[in-house]
Design a binder for this molecule. Structure first.
Ligand SMILES: NC(=O)C1=CN([C@@H]2O[C@H](COP(=O)(O)OP(=O)(O)OC[C@H]3O[C@@H](n4cnc5c(N)ncnc54)[C@H](O)[C@@H]3O)[C@@H](O)[C@H]2O)C=CC1
Ligand SMILES: CC(C)CC(=O)C(=O)O
Ligand SMILES: [Mg+2]
Length: 364
């Protein structure tokens, strides 16, 4: 049997880091005797250029026929003047998440050995570590709520978004967080703004109900503004962070930087059948696109999440994670992980991919 993977590299650094994930998957196939077939589709800005829309029907059909989607990133300055609904992010990524019901977004951030010096908390974080799983609700909240739009003209013009959550939406993502905590350090921190937002009051109530089914898991609530601050002050105290769509989007960039770089944070977006889209948590990084210096680790670790969550290939997933750990512990760093005066020693995107793929072939 062979797995069918829809590969949507997208824009900016997407194709560069995707090429490295493909190298690593080839090494995994060889070592573990897996058979994977890849079909590439345009998405985002490149799809606008080639097909006139960010999510062509052929791309959606390819995703529907696949066992999993490996996604790069979309967007960039070239397309940002288009009407919002036609832009790569609003026109491709959010519709894909909605179409497949990918409500559960897992973003695991951990401090790798060898990168402790990059954390803003250097000394403490090297002693106490940092290992957080952001569980983000991905198909509801203010990113999807209707109505949304603009009305009026001139100085009377106004814009509006709607934040909306149902009990069922909150309950199902809360269960994901509590189940995950059971396999980790047994603590859920639920992030909200219940002192202001009606959605957050409901969020808190439903999370409390779900918590009563998990007496072995500790629950704490924290307001989003305080969460951003406490993460910088005592990041080691957090285990699973349960977030709505907007708050998880913001907090996940912060936890990425606590580990050293946006280019390290992987992401799994999964539906109730286990089908998933796997992508780096960051974007298309137009500031470094085409330079061969982007960090491919987030894309490579996203491939590991695909193997674990959609293809049930835990051994192969764990091998990728060990190979990434070895590369970083061996001091194999792309330039954003190095101080400016050390960047002559930086590895390119391709060199990182080669090193990780070789480590897998050599049996790490
Ligand atoms: N999932 C997706 O496709 C996402 C797309 N975007 C889109 O990407 C474009 C750029 O957005 P930004 O806000 O600048 O966020 P971004 O995540 O693309 O970049 C933020 C910063 O992180 C750095 N960075 C990101 N990934 C990196 C990597 N792999 N290696 C080294 N450095 C890396 C960038 O160079 C930049 O300095 C926009 O069009 C945005 O809408 C943003 C977030 C997610
Ligand atoms: C289009 C955005 C919601 C993508 C993003 O920033 C993310 O998923 O982290
Ligand atoms: Mg984001």
């Amino acid at each position: 049997m062979s797995y069918q993977i829809a590969v949507l590299a997208g824009d900016g650094i997407g194709p560069e880091v995707m090429a490295q994930a493909r190298k690593v998957l080839t090494a995994v196939e060889q070592r573990f005797g897996l058979a994977m077939e890849y079909a590439e589709y345009d998405v985002g800005g490149i799809a606008i250029d080639n097909h006139g829309c960010p999510l062509p029907a052929s791309t959606l059909a390819g995703c529907e026929a696949a066992d999993a989607i490996l996604f790069g990133s979309v967007g960039g300055p070239k397309w940002e003047k288009l009407p919002p609904n036609e832009q790569p992010e609003r026109g491709a990524l959010l519709p894909l998440r909605g179409h497949f019901g990918l409500f559960s977004n897992l973003r695991p951030a951990k401090l790798h050995q060898g990168l402790e010096h990059l954390s803003p908390l250097r000394a403490d974080i090297s002693a106490k570590g940092f290992d957080v799983l952001c569980v983000r609700e991905l198909t509801g909240g203010i990113y999807f709520g209707k109505p949304k739009g603009r009305q009026g003209e001139g100085e009377s013009e106004e814009a509006f978004d709607t934040m909306r959550y149902s009990c069922a939406e909150i309950r199902r993502i809360a269960h994901i967080a509590f189940e995950a905590a059971r396999g980790r350090r047994g603590k859920v921190t639920s992030v909200d703004k219940a002192n202001v937002l009606a959605c957050s009051v409901l969020w808190r109530e439903v999370v409390e109900q779900v918590a009563s089914e998990y007496p072995d898991v500790e629950l704490e609530h924290i307001y989003i503004d305080n969460a951003t601050m406490q993460l910088l002050r005592r990041p080691w105290d957090f285990d699973v962070m349960l977030c709505s769509n907007l708050f998880g989007d913001i907090l996940s960039d912060e936890i990425a930087m606590l580990t050293g770089s946006m280019g390290l944070l992987s992401s799994a977006s999964i539906n109730s059948s286990g089908f998933g889209l796997y992508e780096p948590a960051g974007g298309s990084a137009p500031d470094i696109a085409g330079m061969g210096i982007a960090n491919p680790v987030a894309q490579i670790l996203s491939a590991a999440l695909m193997l674990r969550h959609s293809l049930q290939q835990e051994e192969a997933a764990a091998a990728i994670e060990r190979a990434v750990g070895k590369a970083l512990a061996d001091g194999f760093f792309t330039c954003e992980l190095l101080a400016p005066e050390q960047r002559d020693n930086a590895k390119t995107t391709a060199e990182m991919g080669d090193y990780i793929a070789n480590a897998i072939r050599e049996g790490v």
